[in-house]
Design a protein around this ligand. Sequence first.
Ligand SMILES: Cc1cc2nc3c(=O)[nH]c(=O)nc-3n(C[C@H](O)[C@H](O)[C@H](O)COP(=O)(O)OP(=O)(O)OC[C@H]3O[C@@H](n4cnc5c(N)ncnc54)[C@H](O)[C@@H]3O)c2cc1C
Length: 261
Amino acid sequence: MTEAPARTRGKVGGPRPRWFPARLVGLRSETATARTLTFQVPGWPGHLAGQHVDVRLTAADGYSAQRAYSISAPADGEQVSITVQEVGDGEVSPYLEEGMELGDQLEVRGPIGGWFVWSPSSEAPVEQPVLLIGGGSGVVPLMAMVRERARSGSRAPFRLVYSVRSPEQVLYAAELAELSSTDGLVVDLLHTRTAPPDAARPVGRITPEDLATPPGWPASPPPRAYVCGPTAFVELAIPLLLDLGYTNKTIRAERFGPSGG
Ligand SMILES: Cc1cc2nc3c(=O)[nH]c(=O)nc-3n(C[C@H](O)[C@H](O)[C@H](O)COP(=O)(O)OP(=O)(O)OC[C@H]3O[C@@H](n4cnc5c(N)ncnc54)[C@H](O)[C@@H]3O)c2cc1C
C-alpha cells in the first residue's frame, strides 16, 4: 500500500476549535525582530505541545485579518503564548511584534492540530527518541515540545536541529543553552548566512550529515522526526530524512506558508 506523503494532518477528534477573546498579559522580546506574547484566554480548554491557534484582529471599521501562530509553551491554565517573527512587509506580524500593548485584546481560535503534537509516554519501556528540525520561526512549536519534555520530566532522547540565518536571530537562545547543559537536550544550530567565529560547521543549508542519529540513541523504537518551518525548508528536510531511513509514519511536518529562506 502506498503511504500518504509526510504532511500536515487535520485535527483528529476532539471538540471543534472555537474563537475566544484574548487579552495580552505578557510580552518578552526574543530577538530584535521577534517577541513572545502571552494571552489570558478565559475558557481556554488547554492544548498539546505542537498545536497552533488562529489569531484574528478586527479594526474599528470591521475589517479583520487572521493568521496562524504556533503555541510556544505547554498548557498553563488559561494562558496561551505565541512567538511572532516579524515579516517586513507583512500585514499582521508587524502589529503583533511591535504594535500590541499589554491589556490589548484580540481573538484566538484553537487549539488546532492533532497530528503535529508530542506528549510524554508513560507506558513505553523505552521512550521514543525525537529529532526536532526547525527552520527560522519553525522552532516555535518545537520549543513547546522541548518545554513539555522538561516540564514533564520525560527522559525521551531529544535533539533539536535549528536552522537560522545568523546568531542574532536565534529564538530562546539562553533557555536552549540552559536545557542543553542541564537536561540532556542536544541542540545543534545551523547558520545559513552568518555563523559565529567559533562555529564548528560552515554556513549553509541543512545536509544529511546534520541529521545523522546521535550516538547513544536506542536502536528501537525508531526515532520520530518533527519538521517545521517555511515550506521550502520542510520540502528540503523531508527527502533527507527519507534517505536516512525515516518513513512517512515517523515524520511529522508543519509548513508555515510562503518560503522565507
Ligand atoms: C500552522 C502555522 C503556524 C505558524 N506559526 C508561526 C509562528 O509560531 N511564528 C511566526 O512568526 N509565524 C508563524 N506562522 C506564519 C504566520 O501565520 C504568518 O504567515 C506570518 O506571521 C506572516 O504574516 P503577515 O500577515 O505579517 O504577512 P503577510 O501579509 O501574510 O505576507 C507578507 C509577505 O510576506 C510573505 N510571507 C508570509 N508569511 C511568511 C512567512 N511565514 N515567512 C516568510 N515570508 C512570509 C508573503 O508571501 C508576502 O510576500 C505560522 C503559519 C502556519 C500556517
